[in-house]
Design a binder for this molecule. Structure first.
Ligand SMILES: *Cc1c(COP(=O)(O)O)cnc(C)c1O
Length: 223
């Protein structure tokens, strides 16, 4: 079994200050999350609505849950009471629905816009063109119950770290363009969530403020 506490310490010791760790706990039982919690971890990432909803009530209330998977429209209401940040907003339609559901329970929720930069078509997210266009049309700002705090992305699954670097650089450049064009007045638009177990050092080089790490902390997942 993975030594979660030791793994966490090893990862966090390497992270530069200003970069926060989202411990990606999908497919791992609550006992292992509790172990990470006891070692001081407070940000956890889950990618399936059902799993998040099942785990959250069994764990301490001061955990901040980041939703990082593809979010189906019919699951937004169910996760809304539990999530701190929805990192994987991949359409304007979803953004509008999140606004509606947050308003319904009178809360404000932080979100990130997911950018599709990887080669795999199976990954979701806005294309660079789509997100810039939505920004120009004023469709990303002015939601009373949603704070758009930045971008999230996954790089291609490849050993070619130059390819990965180019993709993270695209995310960073897109962030800067959005910041200049429509989030200039939004101090909260300051997050770049990128980097996983195998590529987070590259992501940090390109300005990641949040890294999402699962395997290096909890060990391999049993699907
Ligand atoms: C599973 C997952 C991660 C973590 O991946 P590891 O390789 O286990 O670190 C990060 N981000 C997203 C969106 C994920 O689904």
């Amino acid at each position: 079994m993975a030594n979660i506490k030791e793994n966490l310490q090893e990862v966090t010791a390497k992270l530069p200050s200003g970069v926060r760790l989202v411990a990606v706990s999908k497919f791992h039982p609550v006992e292992e999350l509790q172990e990470a919690y006891d070692a001081g971890q407070r940000l956890f990432g889950e990618n399936r609505a059902q799993e998040l909803i099942a785990k959250a009530p069994q764990l301490p209330k001061d955990i901040r849950w980041h939703f990082i998977g593809h979010l189906q429209k019919n699951k937004v209401r169910a996760i809304m009471p539990h999530v701190s940040v929805i990192e994987s907003v991949d359409s304007v339609e979803l953004l509008k629905l999140i606004e509606k559901e947050a308003a319904r329970i009178e809360r404000t929720v932080d979100v990130l816009l997911q950018l599709h930069v990887a080669q795999e078509e199976t990954k979701s997210g806005f294309s660079v063109e789509e997100v810039l266009e939505a920004g120009e049309e004023g469709l990303l700002t002015c939601y009373p119950h949603v704070r758009v705090c930045g971008l999230m992305a996954m790089a291609s699954l490849t050993d070619d770290m130059e390819q990965v670097a180019r993709e993270f650089d695209t995310v960073r450049r897109t962030y800067v363009m959005l910041k200049d064009s429509c989030f200039d007045d939004c101090a909260e638009f300051n997050e770049l969530s990128m980097g996983m177990s195998d590529d987070w050092p590259v992501a940090v080089k390109y300005g990641a403020t949040l890294v999402r790490i699962g395997t290096s902390i909890f060990g391999p997942r049993e699907y």
